[in-house]
Design a protein around this ligand. Sequence first.
Ligand code: FAD
Ligand code: NAD
Length: 464
Amino acid sequence: MAEFDFDVLVIGAGPGGYVAAIRAAQLGLKTACAESRETLGGTCLNVGCIPSKALLNASEIYEEAHEGVFAKFGIKTEGVSLDLDAMHAEKTKAVGELTGGIEYLFKKNKVEWLKGLATFTGANTVEVAGKTVTAKKIVIATGSSVTPLPGVEIDQKVVIDSTGALALPKVPEHMVVIGGGVIGLELGSVWRRLGAKVTVVEFLDQILPGFDGEVRKESTKIFKKQGFDIKTGTKVTGVAVNGGKATVTVEPAAGGAAETIEADAVLVSIGRRPNTDGLGLDKIGLATNNRGQIEVGHDFQTAVKGVYAIGDVTPGPMLAHKAEDEGVAVAEFISGITGIVNHDVIPSVVYTHPEIAGVGLTEEQAKEKGAIKVGKFPMMANSRAKTIRDTDGFVKVIAEADSDRVLGVWVVSSVAGTMIAQAAQAMEFGATSEDIAYTCHAHPTHSEAIKEAAMAVQGKPIHI
Ligand code: FAD
Ligand code: NAD
């Protein structure tokens, strides 16, 4: 009889966990994955990346039809109206197809889904739905949940988190978004496009922490132009709910006079925190750091031998593709191959309109490390952006002064999320700005703006 029930047991079937499980099975390891949700795919597929992008797409089409963009191109639509239930139904279909797809992939790769909440009872043993399961290696991929705002109770009716904001049954008149980060701006965009007035209250002096300073400033200008009311340097001190309405009390972050804002929806989006409650980490003597995260070594192994961790529950950006890449790498390490994730080259995309994307260092971070050269190119001078009448934004390429090696690329453009892939690949290959500048880019494409920004690093762009 085998010593353990499984070679590998993965806890959590989000992008980190399901990918780790599939890769481990592909590598010939007997693999199980414990997941307590009704469907596989974790936060990303069920209540994150996928439903939010479905609503972002649908709301964008609605706004274009409703606000005259179609008409500008000579496409006459009359009596455009919103069927929100149909929009939600289409989103639900996309989610169902993708979560069902993971179930299919589990079956195809012979990954056993253990349905229920897993709790450690020992370093090789977990309990799932009352059953004890043993495994030689265990991977924690339990993800993250919404960070609550002390004193503000989420009722998912008036005061909502991202999950509530993906399922509102009607368009609010006024939505207050607490936190001008990725979730606040994406889901704020959805409801603004569908007709809500949206006020963003951000504690810091700028929205989008972690992004390049110039990108943050330009984005603020664009969002304000779209009608967002953005209150930076402002903190929420309380939310009172009465009869389906909320009164949000805010005051300057630096201290000062309080004011109130009336709203019929309040979205709390001030960040996410790692999921470790109920996991029984104390049973295996595994402590979390002061941010509640599980620290790991280069091979994703925790301080407890044979126990690994990946994705949102570990340090680093809370992004699905970071979790996925770590999922592949951890399975490879477990099977004896060297897994590779370059944590210096993880792109980040905000799927608003325009999209906002970056990879590598911000200009501020790069300057701290030494001398740099920066090249910029406005989308206004990009022929494709001109043809589609959508010229907001710019591309910025940051290179090391001496070596010309690209350290960071930032893009604000309608298709920035797609454009950033070439920048990530160039950086992964150790490209210089000259390498990008001398790469032939198809015309007319938005990506030519990356080539021109790289040419601008040398001071010789053609089209400005
Ligand atoms: P998760 O996806 O959180 O999965 C963890 C799973 O573990 C969950 O299903 C949970 O039920 C399960 N679990 C937890 N504890 C246990 C236990 N003890 N036993 C059994 N199961 C357990 N990222 C992007 O890159 N792009 C985006 O566009 C994007 N959009 C987002 C939009 C929203 C609204 C949100 C909330 C997040 C978004 N993210 C996006 C972030 C992305 O969802 C996460 O980074 C990603 O899901 C992390 O993957 P993970 O596998 O680490 O964890
Ligand atoms: P975030 O960290 O992106 O933004 C939170 C914002 O809230 C920050 O700007 C912060 O300064 C502000 N804040 C914190 N406390 C506050 C307070 N008391 N009052 C006012 N503002 C306050 O977090 P998020 O938007 O909640 O997203 C969580 C995670 O999900 C992020 O790490 C993100 O990477 C991930 N996510 C990614 C995508 C994407 O890749 N497109 C989309 C959605 C979510």
